[in-house]
Design a protein around this ligand. Sequence first.
Ligand SMILES: C[S@@+](CC[C@H](N)C(=O)[O-])C[C@H]1O[C@@H](n2cnc3c(N)ncnc32)[C@H](O)[C@@H]1O
Length: 358
Amino acid sequence: MPLDLDPGTAALGNARLVRAIADEMAGAAMPFERFMELALYHPEFGYYRRRGRIGPQGDFLTSPVIHPMFGWAVAAWCRDAWDRLGRPSPFTIFEPGAGEGALATSILDWAEGRTDGFREALRYVAIEPNAGGSDTRVEWVAGPVPPAAAGVAVCNELFDALPVRVFEAGERGPVEVGVRWDGERFVEARLGVVTIDDAPAAGRFEVNPHAYAAMQSLCSLVERGAVLAFDYGYPQDELWAPWRTNGTLLCFYRHTAHEDPYVHVGEQDITAHVNFSELASAAHEEGFEVHGPISQAQFLAAMGAGSLVEAARGDMAEYFARRSAYTTLTDTAGLGRVRVLAGARGLPGLPPGFEETP
Ligand SMILES: C[S@@+](CC[C@H](N)C(=O)[O-])C[C@H]1O[C@@H](n2cnc3c(N)ncnc32)[C@H](O)[C@@H]1O
């Protein structure tokens, strides 16, 4: 006799997470922002609570895991700030959203090779509330930390992993998108009409309610020094351009990008592009002189990162690894279009890579 083999919630992702979200909904709709928060950061079953999400065996690649050369370039950038600050000791690099620490490790490895006192001055603090990493040279903290007198706060793909509110333009203004459980799957619902300055007149768009405060806390980490943020995004006029009618929400599952956040729940990443105008004004508000955003391709080229490829000519395996990594990191259809924003406070001169920017 055929049995009922319907997997039910198991087919939608992490079955316990699906049940926990449906239970919290209790028959009503919750804002998309809360759904995304639970899918990524539920205390037990959220996507980022487990290690191994980023990398060839995971769901997507970030610049630090492509090759250490990305971290070496960031390390050289931080060392330049240290130098221009008068070589203070300690000099702290903070990294919120450090993931498993690939960037931290490549920065620290690069610093190990310096004989100018940079390594001795360097303290590395990774602020990561989720799975975290294992490099013992790094101070791993899960929550707020006191600021440092001198240093750099750097982050890679932190802001695009923060939960967003989703809206659909309507005749009376933007309508917030909610999510409810229909007994078998998550479906969208319409919540109230809201007022948003300069909101798109048509289509879907996202608002990140956490980005401004997150940028302010990034800035508050260093009294004198710099911030350096890498993320997917655009200035507001491009992010909310009239032709972009479907927003920027993207999901990543086993290296496939798609637009359905209601499948693979808890087993896939959900991201939305960042409003760089907002990040710039948060940094400005904190007393930082803001540079960029420029593309990662521009940034790495201006920093001379291509020379790292040529420098490996004596080791053909490493030469090809670096050549391929450099192509990936600067590919303007991929990681090369990540934007880079820098801010400086009490730091004389222009940050490397941004000399050509207005
Ligand atoms: C897309 S991953 C990027 C990881 C790493 N930076 C990389 O490039 O491989 C985003 C990371 O941000 C972390 N995160 C999310 N919210 C955070 C917060 N409020 N403070 C610090 N980290 C946070 C997540 O746990 C996750 O590890």
